[in-house]
Write a protein that binds this ligand. Structure first.
Ligand code: MG
Ligand code: MG
Length: 273
């Protein structure tokens, strides 16, 4: 069953998603060597509750934390831990909130300090692929057009591994609604997109193999070859000529830029362009 959202529902979903963006921005300001991901998770929980919302991930199918925090070869669904972050780590933060009964869901990947050019490139291409997918989230396109755009930019043009076993998803009153939004697929295939469909698009892209496995905690997904993985996610509403992005990277990118411990090559390149 696919639920198309009214304009009022879209505005509620925007509020939820902007709170997610604000939450990730708060964490972005705190990332540095020596900080634990459990500390970041605690901050997220406090910030979400201080803003009158509930963490959407906590308790979802038994997930025990506020955020999925996935470091280096962890792709997604990472458990926050007591391990201290270090220079060179690549850390994806994925979180969700429930506000007024509507769910927000977004994710962003950060690099701590100087990371090598290949990793910078993986992050940049993955983020670009998200926006290439979003360009296809318009009335008249199909889910497969979004999937194809992401796969084309990451796998075909850059040789990266596109994770097959996890996908984006519809979002609304529930964190995961129909339809699935795979990051690989054929143009012109799948559900025809209609106005008011709200979907979370979230490329999960590995520098090496696309194959992944679940870790000992039964949640964290790792690349099979130990290669670095990147993950960016926006929740968007399908509209006629241009998707409306409900989450925002603006506060996150501003925090990333202001934090001297984070590498923001992508922003520098954008400014130079
Ligand atoms: Mg997410
Ligand atoms: Mg999601």
């Amino acid at each position: 069953m696919i639920y198309y959202k009214t304009n009022d529902e879209v505005e509620l979903l925007r509020k939820s998603n902007l709170l997610v963006s604000a939450t990730i921005a708060v964490l972005a300001a705190e990332i540095k060597p020596g900080v634990t991901t459990l500390f970041l998770d605690k901050l997220a929980g406090e910030f979400i509750q201080d803003n009158g919302a509930k963490p959407a991930f906590k308790g979802y199918r038994g997930f025990p934390y506020n955020c999925c925090i996935s470091v280096n070869d962890a792709v997604v669904h990472g458990f926050p831990t007591h391990d201290e972050l270090a220079e060179g780590d690549v850390i994806s933060i994925d979180t969700g909130v429930v506000l007024n009964g509507y769910v927000g869901d977004s994710a962003y990947t950060f690099a701590i300090g100087e990371v090598d050019k290949e990793i910078q490139r993986l992050m940049r291409i993955t983020k670009e692929s998200l926006y290439k997918g979003i360009e296809k989230a318009i009335v008249g396109c199909r889910i497969g057009d979004i999937s194809w755009a992401i796969q084309e930019h990451t796998e075909k043009k850059n040789g990266y591994g596109v994770v097959r076993s996890l996908t984006g998803h519809g979002i609304g009153r529930n964190l995961h609604e129909e339809p699935d939004v795979p990051n690989y697929g054929k143009r012109g295939n799948g559900l025809k997109l209609q106005d008011g469909l709200v979907i979370a698009i979230e490329p999960m892209i590995n520098m090496g193999t696309r194959e992944v496995s679940v870790g000992e905690d039964d949640w964290t997904i790792f690349t099979d070859d130990g290669s670095i993985s990147a993950h960016y996610e926006h929740s968007v509403v399908v509209r006629k000529n241009k998707a409306d992005i409900l989450s925002s990277f603006d506060p996150i990118e501003a925090a990333e830029k202001a934090n001297p411990n984070l590498f923001d090559d992508y922003l520098m390149q954008k400014e130079l362009a």
